[in-house]
Write a protein of this length. Sequence first.
Length: 79
Amino acid sequence: MKRVSIILFAALALAACGKRQGLEPAAGKTLPVAARGLSQPAQPDQLMRFNSQARPNRIDDPNTNSERRDDPFDLPPPG
């Protein structure tokens, strides 16, 4: 029980370390250079957003239908 409470306390302390303010470059550092074709570098909030290629919508997820269908090729092993 003592071990569980220590692990729980450590996880809680680690979770409390997160920064809640907007992202800014470190002192003396700049944002990454602008990508080819852009006139200015991306802002921190733009860098944190995923585009549709990085995180596509899954509308045809095969796991949503959990019923087993009749499969004519699901045969028992020969013998």
